[in-house]
Design a protein around this ligand. Structure first.
Ligand code: MN3
Length: 206
């Protein structure tokens, strides 16, 4: 069975950038529902229920066709949100180490990277995610619809494109505080990004 992870900080830890009420709804309702629906879709399938979530998403072809879309949406939702909580931290953590070098060499500077990432976030029509992915240290910005994730491309995490940073641009992630102002949400989100986590994930892809 898949389980809802606890937040690694208090619900109000990301204030004022991400408000407490949004965190409660987002974690306790939205993420919880993805976990419940994922378990429900896989009832009786012990093999799939015992896979790590990223393995399950890399092997969607092993999921019975009747529940594949449900597993894709809810399993993606579970994986994406489990990572999303870890990509944020109270007070934020500035980039340091290898990630700064790679962002500079790929995008020109941290600010230019942020600009390009924000542009992708604003350009994603409707619900979805924006990603910074690493392919053996080669960085790219991508985006996916719904709860799809780069993990679904069928490539092993160590050899393929691994998400090392992701931003939820579903309205449920920001609408209470920012309403339709997605650009303001993205601009504010940088203040709580946990770059130390990004650095760790980058290192795993090198
Ligand atoms: Mn969400």
């Amino acid at each position: 069975m898949f389980e809802l992870p606890q937040l690694p900080y208090e619900y109000n830890a990301l204030e004022p950038h991400i408000d407490e009420q949004t965190m409660h709804l987002h974690h306790d309702k939205h993420h919880a529902a993805y976990v419940t629906n994922l378990n429900e879709a896989l009832i009786g399938n012990e093999k799939l229920l015992s896979m790590p979530i990223d393995q399950l998403l890399k092997n969607l072809d092993q999921v019975p066709e009747a529940v594949r879309t449900k597993v894709r949406n809810n399993g993606g939702g579970h994986a994406n949100h489990s990572m999303f909580w870890l990509w944020m931290i109270k007070g934020g953590k500035m980039p340091a180490g290898k990630i700064t070098e790679v962002l500079d060499s790929t995008f020109g500077s941290l600010d230019k990277f942020k600009e390009a990432f924000a542009k992708a976030a604003l350009g994603r029509f409707g619900s979805g995610w924006v990603w910074l992915v690493s392919e053996k240290g080669k960085l790219n910005i991508t985006d996916t619809p719904n709860q799809d994730t780069p993990l679904m491309e069928g490539l092993p995490a160590q050899a393929g494109k691994s998400p090392i940073l992701g931003l939820d641009v579903w309205e449920h992630a920001y609408y209470l505080k920012y309403q339709n102002r997605r650009a303001d949400y993205v601009a504010s989100w940088w203040n709580v990004v946990n770059w130390q986590k990004v650095e760790e994930l980058l290192a795993q892809t090198l």
